[in-house]
Write a protein that binds this ligand. Structure first.
Ligand code: FE2
Length: 228
């Protein structure tokens, strides 16, 4: 394995790309850390099931749905997400499921390993929410307010300001169907499969604990890239 080459490939990859395959068949990348890395916030069994079973199922179903529609041949995952409103629901749901989970894994790091927001991101959070605590409170309110399954997002709006939004099912803010559109820089999974084994039905408890495993270094890089 040529380590220097792998590093170069990572540097050359846009921060938003969630699958290195240019088109279907898409592939499930391994978790970027061991399954137990996020304990005690998220247990290893949850991570293993969530990645190996749930995320794999989205990838498999997406490849099947794309193979069934010749008009989608050659489309990248980002393109499939962007035009979700014009696709069959199986493509929309599973392209979103694949994109969202790839983004989610990379939003997290071992407790204490994620650093803090960059000065520019901290300023933007202050401008939009008053403070980091204000942002977390707004995120908690949005996440607990989303009925059923979905995602909570911190996004950069087209005007450059930060906003918090939620999406149902496996939709995301890059989709043409999103009520509030923007570039995601942070996401949390609100599906019960993300937290039920450890936190049971206590979504608010999970949302509060989750900040301990946010990779602010990654979120800050995404914020910088979104501003270009
Ligand atoms: Fe999930």
């Amino acid at each position: 394995m040529h380590h220097w080459f792998a590093c170069l490939a990572l540097l050359a990859t846009p921060v938003a790309a969630q699958d290195h395959a240019p088109a279907a068949p898409f592939v499930l990348a391994p978790l970027p850390y061991p399954a137990e890395a996020l304990e005690p916030v998220i247990d290893a069994e949850t991570m293993t099931l969530h990645h190996d079973k749930h995320h794999q199922a989205y990838v498999d179903a997406l490849n099947k749905a794309v193979a069934a529609d010749p008009s989608l041949a050659g489309r990248s995952l980002d393109q499939l997400v962007a035009q979700a409103g014009r696709e069959l629901v199986a493509v929309r749901n599973n392209a979103g499921g694949h994109w969202n989970h790839g983004f989610f894994w990379k939003t997290m790091a071992r407790p204490g390993a994620g650093g803090g927001p960059s000065p520019a991101l901290a300023r933007a959070i202050g401008a939009a929410f008053g403070s980091m605590d204000g942002m977390k409170a707004a995120f908690r309110a949005a996440g607990t307010g989303r009925f059923g399954s979905g995602w909570a997002w911190l996004i950069v709006r087209p005007d450059g300001r930060l906003a918090i939004t939620t999406t149902p099912n496996q939709d995301n803010p890059l989709m043409d169907v999103a009520e509030v559109r923007g570039t995601p820089i942070l996401a949390n999974d609100l599906w019960e499969h993300a937290y039920y084994l450890q936190h049971r039905n206590r979504r608010a408890e999970y949302l509060d604990a989750w900040w301990r495993v946010v990779d602010w270094n990654m979120v800050s890089r995404r914020f910088a890239a979104a501003g270009r």
